[in-house]
Write a protein that binds this ligand. Structure first.
Ligand code: CP
Ligand code: NVA
Length: 311
């Protein structure tokens, strides 16, 4: 496979299926090493800058712990404190940081901002969430599904809820890994058509399907994996009330889950709102894997950093 060294990770569209298989195998290996208490430091002396324009628990802590465990160090850079927050151009920031660092992880709003950063940086840029994509989350999700189900190919993922960054990245990840994907949301809140079109091309080539519907029962039918996310993402706080009303019939609850496979896995990127997109009995129940999924952020991102940044 083509080496990932020096590449960016702006969306999973950047990677071939073989490269994703490679990353998932590496994630499994680094997890096993860590569980065995083995010190493994292929990023000794490397520095990762982590720019946050939005809040984070998992992404911040897993990247910072991960780079440290691999022998390097992470710098938490709040955009409120960077000159970026006072209007210094993204391109200038990218050129300056490229002189100091070995990689940049950024969480921001517009995908075009991260593209501009990557175009001007000479070091790998990793998307730690934008309005459109959350690729690192999906790498961890795929690792988790493989751990639980023993495979990816041939499974069906149903994503019930807002057509947001998670919907987009899961759709692409599923299509690349040969999994059927379906999603349901109210009209006007379905995934972006341009991204659906890209994912459908990949799905067609891999002989799997992508189903976009407003009917949650249709979407969840026979699903092996049932995934949801908040109805109002970061930046959409003012729409919370309106969205609660619009999405009420899209709650993942025992009645809806009757239509999934009996041995479904429940997943959620977290943070979750119990009683909104999912009921507490489900997210805290036996078929929920949300904390294994959260832990795998660490392992999957360590694999990603090794692939992009190691000598
Ligand atoms: N799932 C996720 O990215 O969580 P944080 O917002 O806490 O980083
Ligand atoms: N869709 C959510 C995911 C948070 C990890 C958001 O963007 O806020």
């Amino acid at each position: 496979i083509e080496s990932l060294k020096g590449k960016d990770c702006l969306t999973l569209l950047d990677y071939t299926t073989d490269q994703l298989v490679y990353l998932l195998q590496l994630a499994k290996d680094v997890k096993a090493k860590q569980k065995a208490g083995q010190i493994y430091q292929p990023l000794k002396g490397k520095v990762l800058g982590m720019i946050f324009e939005k809040s984070s628990t998992r992404t911040r802590v897993s990247f910072e712990a991960g780079i440290y465990q691999l022998g390097g160090t992470g710098l938490f850079l709040s955009s409120a404190d960077l000159q970026l927050g006072r209007g210094e151009p993204i391109g200038d920031t990218a050129k300056v940081l490229s002189g100091y660092l070995d990689g940049i992880m950024i969480r921001t709003f517009q995908q075009s901002d991260i593209e501009e950063l990557a175009d001007n940086a000479t070091i790998p840029v990793i998307n730690g969430l934008t309005d459109d994509f959350h690729p690192c989350q999906v790498l961890a999700d795929l690792q988790t599904i493989e751990e639980v189900k023993g495979k990816l190919q041939g499974l069906k993922i149903a994503y019930i809820g807002d057509g947001n960054n998670m919907a987009h990245s899961l759709m692409i990840g599923a299509a690349k890994m040969g999994m059927d994907f379906s999603t349901a949301a109210p009209e006007g809140y379905l995934p972006k058509q341009a991204i659906v079109d890209r994912a459908k091309e990949i799905a067609d080539a891999n002989q799997v399907t992508i189903t976009i519907t407003t009917d949650p029962i249709e979407a969840i039918k026979n699903a092996d994996i049932v995934y949801t996310d908040v109805w109002a993402s970061m930046g959409q706080e003012s729409e919370q009330k309106k969205r609660e009303a619009l999405f009420a019939s899209y709650q993942v609850n025992p009645a809806l889950l009757k239509h999934a496979k009996p041995d479904y896995m429940f997943m959620h990127c977290l943070p979750a709102h119990r009683g909104e997109e999912v009921t507490a009995d489900i997210i805290d129940g036996d078929q929920s894997y949300v904390f294994q999924e959260a832990e795998n952020r660490l392992h999957a991102q360590k694999a990603l950093m090794i692939a992009l940044m190691a000598d």
